[in-house]
Design a protein around this ligand. Structure first.
Ligand code: M6R
Length: 574
């Protein structure tokens, strides 16, 4: 369950509500099931299958005061049902735990516990934690017992634990994100969660927990140890506001995030460190990224003169030939990307990264980082983080070529919203379609198709226009929709040829091109115009109507675009 969200709260604001609200902001991490436990004179647990909202009717069963921990789950070990939902307790309900990660040696630990007479309720790896702790508590005081349990665990984890009669929340981290929110002085509160967005409403002072840290929080103290020695950790002031993590009147986070792109890109380009960053990158660079971030890398390859190679993170070990690495990642927690970076780091190579989430693992293992200033992206689909990644990459390219930093006007692309809603209606009648583009627009096509697949669950394939004739053309028949990305660039003439090819086989062609392009308009079943843009930068504006198209198609098909099935925002499993 490496993509789950966890929250803990110690304080007097009403722990169950603080944790419930925090879990709602973390739902992008997983949404199979959720649960909350409150610890006052005894431990009380509520859980349910489905979205975090499903917990609301159960909250009245929890005491009004006490400490609380909560969890929203993305199932790995054990199907998503109520029993497997977190929090998990020991047999006597003296210990309760939530966990994000995978305990790799849980089978052995579970068998040993069972042999000793311990009965398990769930199929999860997590349940071994409270069960083990319950036994250790017979021998040692709570924190020592907790540390003994952590020593027995192999795998990845961010763990929160409460013990009956103890006023602390214990925590440990190894390869799963965890961050402490330092409560405002005098309020007697502290928070801890998988992501800062869970506590922004209460504090902006964050302490990023590191791998190997164990500790506890209570109303007054934040105690962290490494190898049984108390350590201090710096406090980071988070720039994001609580409002950034709210829908702010929009029906979905995704739509809000699409509309935030003009500001997000502008803010990102204001970062004065991009120039210095660009000049550190040397030829022979291996660029590594996954999903949408990979598409940003692809767009950069079309723009740049650098001798660099782009590798999908999960293929890195098979393809890496050495040299410094540029990792691109929204979350900075994607396991595939982190394992690639760690492999390069082990060889002593330099690591550069472009990351949205401040304090994430990738930022800590990189030699140099540039942040995309997109603010929190809550929708599972990457939108504003894609265009801000492009902004950094295009600014890097400009710096290396000695050109001025580019600027972008994204408003006309967003103004196509109404047209995309109308086009979405057409797409709801189909089950498969194709996105085509050449040059930089091949990257745009891939990103457009990915958005439609993940949100509307329609089978959308992307091809370079010239590739169709090498196979996929066989799939084109009467009425198959084609989304053709065809800016007025050096590839336009050939793209027009590709459009003719699919039209001749009966395809219905929706073309995105430069405003006022009459010949393209004539060729299209429907034409959508965008302002003139430099050839290498076209993905920046052309992707936006495709994001809107995927959004509206999903909504019309009754899917929740913020929480597509089977997916999670940070993919922390390999
Ligand atoms: O956080 P990252 O950028 O490393 O995530 C990589 C992919 O999982 C991510 O881009 C994914 O493809 C998008 N959420 C799709 O919209």
């Amino acid at each position: 369950m490496n993509m789950c969200g966890i929250v803990g709260y110690v304080g007097s604001k009403g722990a169950k509500t603080v944790v419930f609200e925090g879990l709602k902001t973390l739902e992008y991490r997983g949404y199979d099931s959720a649960g909350i436990a409150v610890n006052n004179s005894k431990i009380t647990v509520v859980k349910d299958v489905g979205f975090v909202e499903k917990l609301e009717p159960h909250l009245s069963q929890l005491p009004a005061s006490g400490n609380a921990i909560g969890h929203t789950r993305w199932a790995t070990h054990g199907v998503p049902n109520q029993v497997n939902a977190h929090p998990h307790t020991d047999m006597k309900v003296n210990v309760v735990a939530v966990h994000n990660g995978i305990i790799e040696n849980f089978m052995l630990l579970k068998q040993n516990l069972k042999d000793g007479g311990v009965e398990f309720k769930s199929d999860t790896d997590t349940e071994v934690i409270p069960q083990l702790l319950s036994i250790e508590l017979n021998e040692a005081e709570p924190f020592t017992a907790f540390k003994k349990v952590i020593e027995k665990l192999e795998g990845s984890y961010a763990i929160l634990v409460m013990i009956k009669g103890d006023h602390r929340i214990f925590f440990a981290r190894n390869h799963s994100p965890l961050v402490i929110g330092k409560g405002e002085d005098g309020r007697g509160e502290n928070l801890i969660a998988s992501d800062v967005v869970a506590f922004l409403k209460h504090t902006k002072q964050a302490i990023f927990v590191k791998d190997g840290d164990v500790g506890y929080i209570d109303g007054k103290n934040i105690h962290i140890e490494v190898d049984n020695q108390k350590v201090g950790r710096e406090i980071t002031e988070i720039e994001w506001s609580a409002k950034d993590a709210m829908k702010d009147g929009y029906p979905h986070f995704m739509l809000k995030e699409i509309y935030e792109q003009p500001d997000a890109v502008k803010n990102t380009l204001l970062d004065a460190r991009i120039d210095e960053f660009a000049h550190k990158l040397d030829d022979g660079l291996e660029i590594v990224a996954a999903g949408t971030s990979y598409h940003a890398g692809l767009a950069f390859q079309y723009a740049s003169n650098m001798k660099c190679r782009l590798i999908i993170s999960s293929e890195f070990s098979a393809l890496y030939r050495g040299g410094s690495v540029l990792a691109i990642s929204q979350s900075g927690e994607t396991a595939d990307t982190l394992q690639a970076v760690r492999a390069a780091e082990k060889r002593g190579e330099k690591i550069y990264s472009i990351v949205n989430v401040n304090g994430s693992t990738l930022t800590r293992i990189s030699d140099q980082v540039v942040h995309t200033h997109a603010g929190p992206e809550i929708g599972v689909a990457a939108t504003k983080t894609f265009t801000t990644q492009l902004a950094v990459l295009y600014a890097v390219d400009a710096a290396l070529k000695g050109n001025p930093k580019p600027t972008f006007d994204l408003a006309p692309a967003i103004a196509l919203d109404g047209d995309m809603k109308a086009l979405a209606k057409e797409l709801t009648k189909t089950s498969e379609l194709f996105y085509i583009g050449r040059g930089p627009s091949a990257a745009t096509a891939r990103e457009g198709a990915l958005k439609l697949k993940e949100l509307a669950y329609l089978h959308a394939e992307a091809y370079e226009g010239g590739e169709l004739k090498h196979g996929p053309l066989a799939l084109i028949e009467d009425g198959v929709p084609i989304i053709a990305i065809c800016p007025n660039d050096t590839h336009k003439k050939k793209m027009m040829g590709n459009i003719e090819e699919v039209k001749a086989r009966g395809a219905k062609v929706f073309v995105f091109g430069e405003q006022g392009d009459k010949e393209l308009e004539h060729l299209s079943d429907k034409f959508y115009g965008l302002p003139k843009i430099k050839e290498e930068y076209s993905p920046m504006t052309y992707v936006i109507p495709l994001q809107l198209l995927a959004y509206h198609t999903a909504v019309l098909l009754g899917k929740n675009p913020d929480k597509p099935r089977n997916l999670a925002k940070s993919v922390t499993v390999e």
